[in-house]
Design a protein around this ligand. Structure first.
Ligand code: COI
Length: 391
């Protein structure tokens, strides 16, 4: 179980609080020092300027990819080998590769942002590096050294810098991932693991941008259970969320929200985003990390920003019944979702088997969206040293 704050319900957070937040504080060597760990084999047939411009014109999310990808392989007894930036393309895998059968896989999501002077930056890369290592430990996989993880992003973004979009709300979404490639059907931790990082020019995750989204609260299905893999970023958690997400869509909702699996009464998170609740007195509450919630880098940064702005910020047990009552009475004015891909997005509606409530507030949501994205886009100072220059 991950370490959480010692905060009792309704006590303000003393930040930083978790191993990941503390890991993210460790300085990262300058990109020039890390560059070159993943040697470049240039793509012999990169997209030409016209094709790149067309794909950058309206990037959407996650559907278009750059010319290169990072790769390294771990072999038991040898460690990590073959670090390189290679042409983006299909990968060949044995049909017996363990990941296809037993889902031994972990991944990350992190963005590269173009600043007005043309430089390219990323956000708290050591946070993601440490989370990928923690996810790997939970999945009985070898950890990629944190600085190799960051170096792979430095070398990939340097190779594909022309692909970092410049539009409002746009970025280059980076997707590092590792999986069991050993061809073996016995159930054991694989002796061969492949690591890749791919890059995708991206706009808003939700096409409406800051337009409020609607949420279906799943009562039949849970995302994670005690002692399971909920705190790890692994594909299985997302696979399990697809059917409830499909049900959410059938109910006319954009996203699904999961309750805890033990009491089935407390809200945990969405399919791929954390949740925050804004009380009428300005307090912001978020579900405490119980081991079944993925600790988001955006969640962690927002808690810090809100706390430093003088708000009471609380990691708490948030019951669905209490939340619904508070929305109806006006004691809760806003609820928002946050994540790397989604950034910050307000909830406009919460629906379930026997309720359907609307929310109209978005003042704090917009304020935190503005504050966070200004730091990420380099239009506001970064007093935390969160931004890391890649190019
Ligand atoms: C991210 O926010 O980076 C994620 O991996 C979540 C996913 C829903 C895209």
């Amino acid at each position: 179980m991950p370490e959480t704050t010692a905060a009792t319900p309704s006590s303000p957070i003393d930040l930083p609080t978790t191993p990941l937040a503390r890991a993210a504080e460790v300085p990262v060597p300058a990109a020039d020092e890390l560059a070159g760990r993943f040697a470049l084999t240039p793509n012999p047939a990169p997209a030409d300027e016209a094709e790149r411009a067309e794909r950058l014109a309206n990037p959407g999310f996650g559907s278009s990819f750059t010319d290169h990808m990072a790769h390294a392989r771990w072999i038991a007894g040898q460690g990590w080998t073959g670090h390189g930036i290679i042409p983006f393309g299909e990968i060949s895998l044995s049909p017996a590769a363990a990941v296809l059968h037993y889902s031994q896989e972990v991944f990350e999501g992190i963005k590269a942002y173009r600043h007005a002077d043309g430089s390219v930056w990323t956000f708290r890369p050591r946070y993601n590096a440490a989370r990928m290592a923690a996810s790997a430990r939970r999945l009985a996989m070898p950890e990629l050294p944190e600085e190799d993880f960051i170096a792979s992003l430095v070398d990939l973004v340097r190779a594909d810098a022309a692909w970092v979009p410049t539009g409002d709300g746009e970025s280059l979404y980076l997707r590092p991932f590792a999986f069991a490639s050993e061809p073996f059907l016995g159930v054991h931790p694989a002796r061969v693991i492949d690591y890749y990082a791919i890059a995708s020019p991206s706009g808003a995750y939700f096409t409406g941008g800051l337009t409020p989204i609607s949420i279906w609260v799943s009562s039949d299905y849970h995302r994670a259970g005690r002692g399971g893999t909920g705190a790890a970023k692994t594909g299985g958690n997302y696979a399990g969320s697809l059917l409830p997400q499909q049900i959410a869509a059938e109910q006319g909702c954009d996203q699904v929200c999961f309750l805890d699996d033990v009491t089935q009464t407390n809200i945990e998170e969405l399919g791929g985003m954390n949740l925050m609740v804004v009380d009428a007195d300005g307090t912001v509450r978020t579900p405490r990390l119980t081991g079944t919630i993925l600790e988001g880098s955006t969640r962690s940064a927002i808690l810090r920003l809100l706390s430093d702005a003088g708000r009471a910020v609380v990691e708490d047990t948030i019951s669905l019944a209490g939340l619904l009552d508070s929305i109806r009475s006006g004691a809760v004015t806003e609820v928002f979702a946050c994540g790397t891909a989604a950034v910050v997005v307000p909830l406009g509606r919460l629906k379930g088997e026997d309720f359907d409530v609307e929310l109209s507030g978005h003042e704090v949501t917009s304020e935190i969206h503005e504050r966070l994205t200004a730091i990420q886009n380099g239009t506001a100072p970064d007093p935390y040293g969160w931004m890391y220059r890649l190019v």
